[in-house]
Write a protein that binds this ligand. Structure first.
Ligand code: ATP
Ligand code: MG
Length: 450
């Protein structure tokens, strides 16, 4: 029923040959039953950690979390995590069990796991152990806590985010009692580390069912990012929009490719709309400067969530630029490429397209046409040659210094002028033409003696 790959089978078989009990467990069982390829294969066993080490003494073994009963066994270069059956002791900080206790029954180990679909074990000889209705919930396509939801979330607040992540990933619902408990216990997220929250948040955002989660659990998202609170229900007073800011955001996120950076940028792209909102005499809403202000807010949100710098900077650029019009001429596009880079421009195309898909039909054909034109212009510009930044110029600062110009800002100013003229096609990018024009620009300066 479940096809266990060679490396995991080796681990299970060997433990059983030594007289212990072993199962593959958790995510790999869930994904196999869903017909998806598991990311990794975990094993649980009644062998104590020291016994696991003995059984695999001829294997390369990493003592991943010996205290919690976990060792990683390498088989054919593939890691298999082996964890002794355990129950978790008291949780005094809603996060880490104060101690773990090893137990002898697999059912007891399954009972400490978060959701029914994650609490199944499979043995190639004894079959599936499903003590909490995991298969039933897979068939009903829902996430349900093992045991009493309030208690389970209080043990570990991260489980709130995990519930949303699994629901988003598989496009499942969250079972009603579990969902109520998530709303009720959202404050527990305040005790969870920023790194873990951020990692789960990205997981939710790239899930196929992200729209449903954003619409059903705005309270969870605004617990993590209170700066989003004013966007909930915020009426845009604009013919371009049929949704309030949060609902628009949710639809726009879902319309993007499943990329973490893009979806994070979209989650935060209109975060400054409420605070920049003005109404004109005709009753139309405007949001002057919301991209810049939004990027500044996004920066502080992402710093607080301990985002890596590459993601942070890409997200802020995408937000700053999301409302700009694209250039309509080759010289303009060349400058745009020089400023942002081709990759960023392509991401912006994705942003604009998704943003538009979540707006009203007002002027949609015109907006679509403009985007299509910009995409064509980008290709034309790339084909016309690489004249995007100073390094593409066939003259450099050294050449100018040899012409007698002192090192300093003047050099950069002249190079920038040359680049603009080349981009405008009023100057050839050949050393001769560039030298001649540079000499003109340098003008009055006396030439160096040869
Ligand atoms: P993924 O495909 O994302 O790796 P997974 O189910 O394998 O999903 P892991 O975080 O790798 O998730 O954890 C492995 C198993 O450990 C889970 O299936 C679940 O049974 C259990 N588990 C993990 N984290 C928790 C938690 N915070 N609370 C309770 N059980 C957990
Ligand atoms: Mg896993």
């Amino acid at each position: 029923m479940i096809s266990v790959p060679e490396h995991a089978l080796t681990v299970v078989d060997r433990l059983e040959q030594y007289g212990y009990e072993a199962y593959v467990v958790g995510g790999c069982v869930r994904d196999s039953l869903l017909g998806r390829a598991p990311k990794d294969w975990d094993v649980c066993t009644n062998a104590l950690p020291e016994e696991v080490l003995r059984v695999f003494r001829r294997f390369h073994v990493i003592k991943t979390g010996l205290k919690h009963g976990t060792v990683t066994v390498m088989v054919n270069r593939e890691p298999v995590e082996v964890t002794t059956y355990r129950i978790d002791g008291e949780y005094t900080d809603n996060r880490h069990p104060d101690r773990v206790q090893f137990v002898s029954q697999v059912e007891a180990d399954l009972a400490r796991r978060d959701f029914t679909i994650n609490a199944m074990a499979y043995s190639p000889t004894r079959g599936l152990v499903d003590a909490f209705g995991g298969q039933e919930d897979l068939a009903a396509r829902q996430i349900r806590c093992v045991g009493e939801p309030d208690a389970r979330f209080n043990e570990d607040g991260l489980r709130l985010m995990r519930a949303l992540r699994f629901a988003a990933r598989y496009n499942f619902d969250i079972e009603r009692e579990t969902a109520y408990a998530i709303h009720r216990n959202r404050h527990l997220l305040e005790n969870v580390s920023a790194e873990r929250i951020f990692s789960e948040l990205k997981g939710i955002l790239v899930g196929e069912g992200v729209l449903g989660m954003l619409l059903a659990f705005p309270d969870v998202f605004t617990t993590i990012i209170p700066e989003l609170l004013p966007t909930l229900g915020f009426d845009q007073h604009s013919p371009h929009h049929l949704y309030d800011v949060w609902t628009h955001t949710a639809h726009a996120v879902q319309s993007l490719p499943a990329d973490e950076t893009l979806r994070l940028a979209m989650l935060l792209h209109d975060i400054a709309k409420p605070e920049t909102f003005t109404l004109d005499e005709s009753g139309k809403g405007h949001f002057l400067g919301h991209p810049q202000r939004g990027a500044a807010i996004a920066r502080s949100v992402l710093e607080r969530l301990r985002s890596d710098n590459a993601t942070l900077s890409a997200v802020c650029t995408l937000i700053t630029e999301h409302d700009h019009h694209f250039p309509t001429t080759i010289p303009g596009m060349r400058r745009c490429i020089g400023r942002l880079g081709v990759e960023m421009i392509r991401l912006l195309f994705d942003m604009k397209k998704a943003d538009m898909a979540a707006q009203s039909a007002h002027e949609r054909p015109e907006k679509r046409a403009a985007l299509r034109e910009a995409a064509l212009l980008l290709e034309d510009t790339l084909e016309a040659g690489s004249l995007f930044s100073l390094k593409d110029l066939r003259i450099n600062g050294k050449d100018l210094m040899q012409m007698g110009l002192p090192q300093g800002p003047e050099i950069r100013r002249i190079l920038s002028t040359l680049l603009e003229e080349v981009q405008d096609d009023t100057l050839d990018n050949t050393p001769e033409a560039l030298h001649a024009r540079a000499a003109e620009l340098v003008g009055g300066l006396p030439p160096l003696l040869a």
